[in-house]
Design a protein. Structure first.
Lengths: 559, 221
């Protein structure tokens, strides 16, 4: 696996007259070996990250096409474009694929996999074979879900509420359930690998409070993977048992309790929001200091806020059930706890903003995404407070207000952070620079397209348009058309990077080791890194984010 | 068994490339198993919590259904699993001493006790079937049909014990695989910590049963 770097790289050490067939072949992790086998049986965390990147991009395309179908159907109020069944299947595929096969693995399985060992100065994750296994588990689950889509689709929504999913739906629910259950194990294995790696594999001198925030947020995310995912696994196993063998636990006809499913489902699926959001927060915490050339403001608070979010998120699941027969006392407690989530979220937003303040700002593509993230996350977070308020929730529960709210968090948050991180670390991952002008244009398209798509949905929801219906009253058509138009702008914004990033793989400028003057061990090694990450032992700096400008500002910038 | 003292093997762990030291590697393996067990605990805890809440909501129905469980088979199985944990612990101690042959015998005894548990469990399911206590079978009338809330408890009993049995089946399969590897010469010099790490998993399966037995069989009996 490892090849001595000096053998091929160092001209002085070479016999001058001996022909060297591999002279021009770089020995970084991308080129060290090039057989298919060396990719599909690799245990290198960097290559596994790329396997994940390719797979989740494919799923993103599937989910996006399904979203396009949904937006197309909603251009007309009477549902004349497609049958209601087709519409139901389209939004279910969109939800299932985007949540389980894109958002949850998105940042952890790609950037987390690629960067955690680099950032902590390790050669690999603690369990490289398990890491590869987790990708195969992921693909197996994906295969089951794709089978259900190909056979004719599912119409239950991504939430699989019983007894619709166990007794009434006549679609291919079972393969989809099995697929999602299997994918959970890949999350668990990834989380396990991260936790053990962060505990045991840090380079000498890499103390907990020298870790980049990216590592902290992935630690917090991994805790949620480990503590929440088994509960959804159980809930899905119970669903499968009920649908396939009539072992009733949720269906009242079999003596079960449907609200029980909602409890078990949301016990995972609310924390899952933070599986999707926390890694994005880690990405933003890396990008913002680099492009402000300023030390991250309040490092310890940002780190604690990640753990705080991962803890509080386990106690708020009831806010999905305010109108589902939950006791008033429980609703009151869940409402108050949901408000508490705003505190660590705000801590992070304030700290990023304070880092930008008086920084030496460069508005390159990753920073454009990061600033878009901060704005949209604030909007998504504040509307979350509306939803956490019991009285207002009665009015907007299960309307487009909810849809807009969580898209501001999921797309405005996670997807923007994913794209920002992709541009930020693209030179490190591929060794090539992308086209900066196109990068900025696509960031702009995505920001504008996103807002045109989803802001009207806040108004629609406030006016009372329920989610998941194929038809709506004609007076809502203008806003729905606006939303659909926005989605085409958004789609263009997604298409550009797929083209210019791939183009850069062959024609992009060669990337230096540290194109952004960023701090962190991943920038100390070459771009792309060698198979075992560092050519020597990495030197851990005394403080993280040691940028020229101090935070808080001390008045004298030692630049 | 005089063999043990005679053929004491060298004991140790062979370092894998990406670890800096053997100590780091051992720490990672042990921590990894503990973390896995944490997720397993959460997998089961949802079921146990639901079963306990069900007792609060429908005490009579749960008592009626739990009365049909075969307490003495469950109790016997508890003893069987505790004994298997004893042999597993013995195997761990012997692996530290390097007494390979005796260790392999203990591993085989552990697998046998696990199999005995499954056989007893299978007999218990058969007895349940005979008593018409399988409400999910369409063609077989359910014994407590007039009390619908009993069905939820009975179904939870099946899901919980079947999930536990699945863990035991997997556990025995892995154990046999490890035993086969552990019987080969030089094993303890390279992978002694496999036995310790696997031992954690076996004890955990035991622990889950020790929670399941009182929650399902014993409370309010």
């Amino acid at each position: 696996m490892s090849r001595a770097g000096t053998l091929h790289g160092d001209a002085a050490a070479r016999e001058p007259h001996t022909p060297q067939p591999t002279l021009d072949r770089p020995d970084d992790y991308l080129h060290a070996r090039s057989t298919l086998r060396s990719w599909f049986l690799t245990t290198d965390h960097k290559r596994i990250a790329l396997l994940y990147l390719a797979s989740i991009t494919a799923f993103f395309v599937i989910g996006a096409v399904a979203a396009g179908i949904v937006r197309l159907a909603l251009v007309v109020p009477d549902g004349a474009i497609m049958t209601n069944d087709t519409y139901n299947k389209a939004f279910t595929i969109h939800g299932v694929v985007m949540v389980w096969f894109f958002l949850i693995p998105s940042i952890p399985a790609t950037f987390g996999n690629f960067l955690i060992p680099l950032m902590i100065g390790a050669k690999d994750l603690a369990f490289p074979k398990l890491n590869l296994a987790s990708w195969y588990v992921f693909m197996t689950g994906a295969l089951f879900t794709l089978i259900s889509v190909v056979l004719g689709g599912v119409d239950t929504g991504w939430t699989f509420y019983a007894p619709l999913s166990t007794a009434f739906s006549n679609t291919w629910v079972l393969p989809a359930l099995i697929g999602v259950t299997i994918v959970g194990f890949s999350s668990i294995l990834t989380g396990l690998n991260f936790v053990v790696t962060i505990h045991t594999m840090r380079a000498p001198g890499m103390t907990w409070f020298r870790l980049p925030i990216f590592v902290w947020t992935h630690y917090a995310t991994s805790l949620i993977f480990l503590l929440a995912t088994p509960v959804i696994t159980l809930a899905l196993i119970l669903l499968i048992a009920e649908r396939a063998f009539h072992v009733g636990v949720f269906d009242p006809a079999y003596g079960g309790d449907p609200v029980l499913f909602q409890h078990l489902f949301w016990f995972y699926s609310h924390p899952a929001v933070y599986i999707m959001v926390l890694p994005g927060m880690g990405v933003i915490s890396e990008i913002v200091p680099a492009f402000a050339q300023k030390k991250l403001f309040g490092y310890r608070f940002v780190a604690y806020a990640a753990i705080g979010l991962a803890s509080v998120t386990f106690f708020v699941w009831g806010h999905h059930m305010f109108v589902n027969g939950q006791s008033d006392l429980a609703s009151l407690a869940f409402s108050a706890l949901s408000f508490a989530v705003a505190v660590p979220s705000a801590v992070k937003v304030y700290n990023w903003t304070a880092t930008i303040h008086k920084g030496n700002l460069r508005l390159d593509t990753p920073m454009l995404y990061a600033m878009g993230y901060i704005g949209l996350f604030v909007l998504g977070g504040l509307t979350g407070l509306y939803l956490a308020t019991l009285a207002i929730n009665q009015h907007i529960h299960a309307t487009y207000f909810v849809v807009a709210h969580f898209h501001y968090i999921m797309v405005g948050g996670t997807v923007l952070a994913f794209l920002g991180g992709l541009h930020f670390w693209w030179p490190k991952i591929t060794g090539r620079m992308y086209n900066e002008a196109w990068g900025r244009i696509s960031a702009l398209f995505i920001f504008v397209g996103f807002n045109v798509t989803f802001f009207p949905q806040f108004i629609l929801g406030y006016l009372g348009m329920p989610r998941r219906y194929a038809t709506y009253p004609p007076e809502f058509q203008l806003l729905n058309v606006l939303s659909s138009v926005g989605s085409t702008i958004l789609a263009a914004g997604y298409l550009f990077p797929m083209v210019y990033l791939v183009y850069s793989l062959w024609f992009g400028r060669k990337a230096p080791a540290n194109p952004w003057d960023a701090k962190g061990l991943e920038w100390e090694t070459t771009s792309p890194p060698p198979p075992h990450n560092f050519s020597g032992a990495p030197r851990v700096p005394d403080v993280p984010y040691d940028y020229p400008i101090q935070a808080p500002e001390t008045g004298s910038h030692h630049t | 068994m005089s063999a043990g003292t005679v053929d004491a093997q060298p004991v140790g762990v062979e370092r894998v490339e990406h670890f800096a030291t053997v100590a780091q590697q051992r720490h990672a393996a042990t921590l990894g198993m503990w973390v896995w067990l944490l997720t397993e605990l959460l997998l089961f805890s949802g079921l146990f919590l639901v079963a306990l809440i069900l007792r609060l909501l429908h005490p009579e129905a749960v008592q009626a259904a739990a009365g049909h469980l075969k307490f003495w088979i469950g109790a016997a199985n508890t003893v069987v699993l505790l004994c298997s944990s004893l042999t597993m612990s013995a195997a761990i101690e012997l692996s530290r001493l390097g007494w390979q042959r005796l260790m392999v015998a203990c591993l085989l005894a552990t697998a046998s006790l696990g199999t005995l548990f499954l056989m007893l469990k299978g007999y218990e399911y058969y007895a349940d079937y005979e008593e018409h206590m399988m409400p999910f079978l369409a063609g077989r009338p359910y014994a407590l049909a007039e009390q619908p809330a009993t069905r939820l408890f009975v179904n939870l009993y099946y899901v919980a014990t079947a999930l536990h049995a699945v863990h035991l089946v997997t556990g025995i399969a892995i154990l046999l695989g490890i035993t086969w590897k552990a019987s080969r010469p030089g094993f303890l010099g390279r992978h002694q910590n496999w036995i310790e790490v696997y031992g954690l998993y076996w004890h955990f399966i035991d622990l889950i049963w020790i929670i399941a037995f009182p929650v399902l069989y014993v409370v309010n009996r």
